[in-house]
Design a protein around this ligand. Structure first.
Ligand code: UGA
Ligand code: MN
Length: 368
C-alpha cells in the first residue's frame, strides 16, 4: 500500500519536473527567437523583406522552429507583395478608366455647350409622322433619346393610326419631353390606292394645324421618325427667320441633297430627284419660322407622293429659292441623314399554348 502511494508521489513529482523543464525550454527558445531575428527593411520593388541570421548556439529544435517561422513570414511577405502589386495595378486601371471617362465627359460638354448656349431662345416645334410597324418603337426610342439633349422643344408626335399606340404614349411619358400625341390616319382613298402613297402627309398637316392653333413664335421642323439627327442641327435652325435650308445626307442616289452655294450665295439645288420641282429638297432639309407660317394660312402639304416638300414650300409664296437662309455653316456640314431602317416583316405568331405563363407572352405584346 505504502509502496503504491510512494510510486504515485514519485510519478506526480516526475510530471511536475517535466513540465518545469518544458517551460524552461520554451523560455530559452523565446529568448533565442527575440535575440536572433534581425529585421532588415529595405525597398527592393517587392516591398519590405526580412533577413535571418543563424544562431551561434546550436539548438536543433529552436533552429527548426525559427526556420519554419522565417519561411512562413517570407511567404506571407511574398503574398503581401503580390497583393500590393495587384492592388496597385487595379488602382492604375481604375485611374485610367476615370481619365478616359473625364476625357469623354469633356467631349460631351462641348456638344452640350451647343445646346445650353441657346436654352432661352425660340422654341422648336418638331413634327414627327409615325405609324405602327416593327421598327416604330426602336426608331422613336432613338429619336427621343436624341431630343433629350435638345432644350426648349415641343414634340408633336402624329400617328397615322385610328387609335394611339400605348407603347408610344408610354415612351413619350418616360422621356419627359414636352409633347402632344396626335392622331391623323391616312385617308382611306390613299390607303387603298395602288402605287406610291402619300406617306406622313395627314400627320404633318395635323401637326401644322396644332402649331397654327397653339404657337405664335418659334420654328417648325418636319422630322421623320427614321432619320438621324445631330443635336447641333436644332441650334442651327432655332434662328430661322423665314425659311432655312441645309444639307441632308444619305439622300437619293447622289447620297446628298443640298442647296448649292457659291461665294457664300445660294445658286441652285443638288438633289437626285428634281422632276420639275421648284424646291428639290428633302423633308428633313428645311425649317420654317412660326411667324412666317402664320402669315401664310393656306400653306399645307399636298397628298402627292414625291412632291410633298415642293408643294408645301410653294404654298409659302410669296417666297423664292434665292431667299432661303443657308444653315450648317453655309451648307458645308451634314447634320441630318435620311437613314432608312431595313423593313422587317411582322413577327411570327407566338404559340401561346407552348409558352403560356412565360416572359414571351409579355414580350409578344411589345412587338409587331
Ligand atoms: C421620304 C421623305 O423623307 C418623306 O418626308 C416623304 O414623305 C416620303 O419620302 C414620300 O415622299 O412618300 P421615306 O423615308 O421614303 O421618306 O418614307 P418613310 O420614312 O417611310 O415615311 C415618311 C414618314 O411618314 C415617316 O416618319 C413615317 O413614319 C411616316 N409614315 C410612313 C406614315 O406616317 N404612314 C405611312 O403609311 C408611312
Ligand atoms: Mn424615311
Amino acid at each position: 500500500m505504502k509502496t503504491k502511494i510512494w510510486t504515485v508521489k514519485m510519478k506526480t513529482s516526475l510530471i511536475m519536473w517535466l513540465v518545469m523543464a518544458f517551460g524552461a525550454c520554451m523560455v530559452l527558445v523565446q529568448f533565442q527567437v527575440s535575440s536572433m531575428w534581425l529585421f532588415n527593411a529595405w525597398k527592393n520593388g517587392t516591398g519590405i523583406s526580412l533577413s535571418f541570421s543563424k544562431p551561434s548556439v546550436h539548438n536543433t529544435l529552436g533552429e527548426e522552429l525559427l526556420q519554419a517561422a522565417a519561411e512562413k513570414i517570407m511567404l506571407e511577405d511574398k503574398i503581401a507583395a503580390n497583393v500590393g502589386q495587384k492592388i496597385l495595378r487595379d488602382l492604375m486601371i481604375q485611374m485610367g478608366r476615370e481619365l478616359l471617362l473625364m476625357e469623354a465627359c469633356n467631349k460631351l460638354t462641348e456638344l452640350e455647350k451647343v445646346s445650353l448656349a441657346t436654352t432661352k431662345s425660340r422654341r422648336i416645334y418638331i413634327i414627327t409622322a409615325t405609324y405602327r410597324r416593327p421598327e416604330q418603337i426602336p426608331e422613336l426610342t432613338r429619336m427621343a433619346q436624341t431630343l433629350l439633349h435638345v432644350p426648349n422643344i415641343h414634340w408633336l408626335i402624329v400617328e397615322d393610326a385610328a387609335m394611339k399606340t400605348q407603347l408610344v404614349t408610354d415612351l413619350l411619358r418616360r422621356t419627359g419631353i414636352p409633347h402632344d400625341h396626335l392622331l391623323a390616319p391616312m385617308p382611306d382613298k390613299f390607303k387603298t390606292k395602288k402605287g406610291p402613297k402619300p406617306r406622313g402627309v395627314s400627320n404633318r398637316n395635323q401637326g401644322l394645324l396644332w402649331v397654327r392653333a397653339n404657337a405664335t413664335t418659334g420654328v417648325v421642323y418636319f422630322a421623320d421618325d427614321d432619320n438621324t439627327y445631330d443635336i447641333r442641327l436644332f441650334e442651327e435652325i432655332r434662328s430661322t427667320k423665314r425659311v432655312s435650308m441645309f444639307p441632308v445626307g444619305l439622300c437619293t442616289h447622289y447620297g446628298l441633297s443640298s442647296p448649292v452655294v457659291l461665294d457664300g450665295k445660294f445658286v441652285g439645288f443638288y438633289d437626285g430627284w428634281t422632276v420639275g420641282r421648284k424646291f428639290p429638297v428633302d423633308m428633313a432639309g428645311f425649317a420654317v419660322s412660326v411667324e412666317f407660317l402664320l402669315q401664310r394660312p393656306k400653306a399645307n402639304m399636298p397628298y402627292s407622293p414625291g412632291y410633298e416638300e415642293d408643294g408645301f414650300l410653294r404654298g409659302l409664296a410669296p417666297f423664292e429659292p434665292k431667299e432661303i437662309e443657308l444653315k450648317a455653316n453655309n451648307c458645308t456640314e451634314i447634320l441630318v441623314w435620311h437613314t432608312q431602317a431595313k423593313k422587317n416583316p411582322p413577327s411570327a405568331a407566338l404559340n401561346l399554348t407552348r409558352y403560356s405563363n412565360t416572359n414571351l407572352v409579355r414580350l409578344n405584346q411589345l412587338i409587331v
